[in-house]
Design a protein around this ligand. Structure first.
Ligand code: ZN
Length: 456
């Protein structure tokens, strides 16, 4: 048998484990895994290097208008290009409903732009902020198009879906076979903390962290679990920042609730001490939930190793410094755009923090960045695996050390919160459905080469 592409002598690793051998690609899929495979039109020697499934980033904000009216700095093209350089071959962004708009229209619009701009394959989540007629009727149709998950927020005045609406939406998602992704923070605790700080004239970044407290996350997660349990929905908890919230997830799983948790590299690496600085210095680190302390990082790392956290996604939320600081140094914490960019560095950050210097095996790493995110989005094993028949999305991993410079990255944000940090490991070569799309610093990427991957 002759292949289109063979990668030889790699340390093949997926969530199932590790072996040494070759991968043969035909017609854009993995056609064979073994040793001494036959010839190919293109042969790549990966001797000594890990060969893993392409990363799946199940949480990125691209080409999305925030509830404050800020357009993300990355559209589907620049965001997917940036993710590709980091070893991610599938991203799942959001079609975002704003109150009073049709979910049918927002999904159509996002899908049209994604088809024109995406350079890697993609799924699509739907953010629901208004579950009144005609949303429930429209939902059945748009869900059937293969959406990965429906997302709701339990906080933020312009986004939150509460009480009966939340349960009804979760029931509808469960009936349609979609996961429900939840931004779980307690709205009362967050709002109370914010208003108290504003009233006291304390408008710095530390007040953002104060209002989005550890307790707000714990309470939000407890509430999300209870709602999903009542509705019989599959729950996907986004961006968990505290081990105490993960303890709730583990307890719920033990009693049979269908719930998985995600954390993000920034919660494993960066520190809340950043919020002690003036807002013009702290703004790049402002996100919700906020960064935490060393005890949380240690706890989350142990929970990653124990398998209590299913997914490490980037929550790539790209805003420029102008959007972070609309009034320069006079910007109040309530006015700063929230979120960190991180799609391109996701794999390198997790590898540095949890594999090179931490408790995770390489197969755990692949499970967290590729297999589980694919599973949650209904794309496994087509994505996130090295099984015969899977899409030929592959990364040859380069374990060397390097230093982060935003000028070497490929997003449109203008800075990185990780500037100057020394990391271990990066994607040396990236193959997407059989095409070598990134080879070191060189790439053959173009808008529109990515394909939609519907939920299975
Ligand atoms: Zn997000």
């Amino acid at each position: 048998m002759s292949f289109d592409l063979v990668i030889r002598n790699g340390r093949l690793v997926d969530a199932a484990g590790e072996s040494t051998g070759d991968i043969g690609v035909s017609e854009r899929r993995i056609a064979a895994v073994g040793t001494e495979l036959g010839t190919a039109a293109r042969e790549i020697d990966a001797a000594g290097a890990y060969v893993m499934p392409g990363g799946v980033d199940s949480h990125v904000h691209l080409g999305q208008l925030s509830s404050k009216g800020d357009m993300t700095a990355d559209d589907f093209w620049t965001g997917s290009r940036s993710a590709a350089f980091g070893g991610t071959t599938t991203v799942v962004p959001f079609a975002a409903q704003h109150r009073g708009t049709s979910i049918r229209a927002v999904v159509d619009d996002a899908m049209e732009r994604a088809a024109a701009e995406m350079t890697i394959d993609y799924g699509m989540h739907l953010i629901v902020t208004d579950w009144r007629d005609p949303a429930p009727t429209e939902f059945a149709t748009v869900a059937a198009a293969g959406l990965a998950a429906a997302k709701i927020y339990l906080t933020y005045d312009r986004l939150k879906v509460a009480g009966n609406q939340a349960i009804e939406l979760m029931q509808a998602a469960g009936a349609a076979g979609l996961a429900v992704m939840v931004h779980a923070e307690d709205d009362a605790i967050v709002g109370w903390g914010r208003d108290a700080r504003v009233a006291a004239g304390r408008l710095g970044a530390d007040s953002h962290a104060h209002s989005h407290s550890r307790g707000a996350e714990w309470s939000g997660v407890a509430q999300a679990i209870a709602l999903a349990e009542a509705a019989g929905a599959s729950l996907y908890l986004a961006h968990i920042s505290t081990p105490q919230a993960i303890d709730l997830v583990r307890a719920a799983r033990e009693r049979g609730v269908d719930v998985v948790a995600e954390t993000c590299p920034h919660y494993l690496i960066l520190d809340e001490a950043a919020y002690g600085d003036p807002i013009e210095t702290a703004a790049p680190y402002m996100c919700s939930p906020p960064l935490r302390g060393p005890a949380e990082r240690t706890g989350l790392l142990a929970q990653l190793a124990a398998g209590d956290i299913a997914v490490v996604a980037s929550d790539h939320s790209p805003y420029t410094m102008d959007q972070k600081l609309p009034h320069g140094p006079a910007t109040a914490f309530t006015e700063a755009a929230n979120g960190l960019p991180g799609a391109e560095l996701r794999l390198a950050l997790l590898y540095t923090a949890a594999v090179a210097a931490g408790p995770l095996a390489m197969s755990d790493f692949v499970r967290l960045v590729a297999a589980n995110p694919a599973q949650v989005c209904g794309m496994y094993p087509r994505k996130g695996s090295l099984q015969v028949g899977a899409d030929a999305d592959l990364v040859i991993w380069d374990e060397s050390a390097w230093t982060v410079r935003w000028t070497d990255l490929h997003d449109n944000v203008g800075y990185t919160p990780y500037e100057g940090m020394q990391l271990r490991g990066r994607a040396g070569m990236v193959v997407a459905r059989g095409d070598v799309i990134v080879d070191g610093a060189a790439a053959t990427l173009r808008p529109g080469r990515g394909a939609f991957v519907p939920r299975d």
